[in-house]
Design a protein around this ligand. Structure first.
Ligand code: PMP
Length: 452
């Protein structure tokens, strides 16, 4: 039983019962009680377009997920210490999507846990401790996951950088030191890893590995230049380290053209980490690795997770992957992503406060800037909240929180895309009196240039 007028009361109780750092999105928080595909409904039954949440990958309240979950809960739900077909079927399906050298799955309960485990595997395999990771990354909320998440440890109030972690600049070719007009930028960004490796070796930690979100998301929805990751991986492997691709945000067809982000890079990771979308809302994380690395970890100590790889989780995970295939959702991500990108590019040309538009498939970012080209944090906050007033849910990212993040469930349709574009245009028109966008002569890159 719920009473629509309870929103204020729930907010007060939430403040009373939970920590202040359990944050709420939007100045006027949203209360959501139902979902269907990429639509959500509030306490009054009003619809919202979910253009932000990548967890309901195949859509909110998918009937097939409901059916397998109910079916399994009626039978039993147990752990990996007993044989069950669902475990091997899920593994078979997932491995069929991955390169041949990735053969062994570990099932856990979250992206954080999968990254924690990745650290343990990398250390067991390499015998070293040090990790290299790009700045502004996020890999989870536990001690070790925070230690490799500059987005957390480097914030005011954060725990600071561990001695065994070395940061490298994000391969952001819009704002970083090597820009899109530099054809050699992938190699130049990759070369920054050399100093990080040398520092870890100097400190006696050695190199256990490199971990990165394949496309940095909290860093600002960044698509690294092609060839960046393979060049980094080569250096890490030469130093004895293991290469970990965190595909929590980029995997499972979201990118349209690619099932996983590392395919775009032409990279071959030793460990792939999956989370969020793979359970469509059910807590599920997966680590996939090589037989050699799994063998190094198989050192006499049992690996066990009570809920990781439960019968229910395996049924749901397999169903999510099947639905992506059966409903052609990767192709939908490609087509709808292209439609969004076309519209965003037109918007970029129209509004000076749009500095850059980037992304792939349904993983998109719109960088908002001030008239002097600096990060438009306030503009971003305004736009995000105004979009919410129009009942379109999008997020924001980046070190200065000035990049609109558009990352809907893969079910989104053309009319929803058009609604996002139409609404964004009308909200941006409210932003203020900005100088017109600089005219581009298509010969040199300049800040704010989205066409060359
Ligand atoms: N890695 C990445 C790239 C993520 O985006 C997240 C969650 N935002 C995590 C790891 C952690 O996943 P979880 O919250 O499921 O522990």
């Amino acid at each position: 039983f719920y009473r629509p007028t309870d929103k204020a009361e729930i907010l007060n109780k939430r403040r009373a019962h939970f920590g202040g750092n359990l944050s709420l999105t939007y100045d006027d928080p949203v209360m959501l009680v139902r979902g269907w595909k990429h639509h959500l409904f509030d306490e009054w039954g009003r619809p919202y377009l979910d253009a932000y949440n990548n967890v309901p990958h195949v859509g909110h309240a998918h009937p097939r997920i409901q059916a397998v979950a109910a079916d399994q809960l009626k039978r039993m739900n147990s752990n990996t210490r007993y044989l069950h077909l669902a475990q091997v079927e899920f593994a078979d399906k997932l491995l069929s999507k991955l390169p041949d050298h990735l053969q062994v799955c570990f099932f856990v309960n979250s992206g954080t846990e999968a990254n924690e485990l990745a650290l343990r595997l990398a250390r067991a395999h390499s015998g070293a401790k040090g990790m290299v990771t790009p700045d502004h990354g996020y890999h989870g909320n536990t001690n070790a996951a925070v230690a490799i998440s500059a987005y957390k440890f480097n914030k005011p109030g954060g725990v600071g950088q561990a001695d065994w972690v070395e940061l490298v600049e994000v391969a952001d070719d819009y704002r970083g030191r090597f820009k899109r007009d530099d054809p050699d930028r992938a190699r130049k960004y990759a070369d920054l890893v050399d100093d990080a490796i040398a520092a870890l070796q100097r400190k006696g930690h050695g190199v256990a590995g490199f971990i990165a979100e394949t496309f940095p998301s909290v860093g600002g929805q960044i698509i690294p230049p092609k060839g960046y990751l393979p060049a980094v991986y080569e250096k890490i492997r030469a130093a004895g380290g293991v290469c970990i691709a965190d595909e929590v945000q980029t995997g499972l067809g979201r990118l349209g053209e690619y099932y996983f982000g590392f395919e775009h890079q032409g990279a071959s990771p030793d460990i792939v980490v999956l989370g969020k979308p793979i359970g469509n809302g059910h807590p599920l994380g997966v680590l996939v690795t090589t037989r050699e690395i799994a063998d190094s970890f198989d050192n006499g100590i049992e690996f066990f997770s009570t809920f990781g790889g439960s019968t229910l989780s395996c049924r749901i995970g397999k169903e999510v992957l099947d639905i992506v295939d059966d409903e052609g959702l990767q192709e939908n991500a490609r087509v709808m992503g292209a439609r969004l990108m076309d519209g965003l590019r037109a918007i970029e040309a129209e509004f000076a406060c749009v500095g850059d538009v980037r992304g792939m498939g349904l993983f998109l970012g719109v960088e908002l800037i001030n008239p002097d080209g600096s990060e438009g944090t306030e503009i971003c906050r305004y736009v995000k909240n105004r979009m919410r007033d129009h009942r379109i849910l999008i997020g924001s990212e980046g070190p200065k929180d000035n990049i609109l993040k558009i990352r809907p469930p893969l079910t989104i349709e053309a009319e929803d895309v058009d609604m996002i574009l139409w609404t964004l245009r009308s909200v941006l028109a409210e932003v203020g009196d900005y100088a017109p966008a600089p005219v581009c002569d298509h010969t040199h890159h300049h800040d704010g240039c989205g066409c060359c």
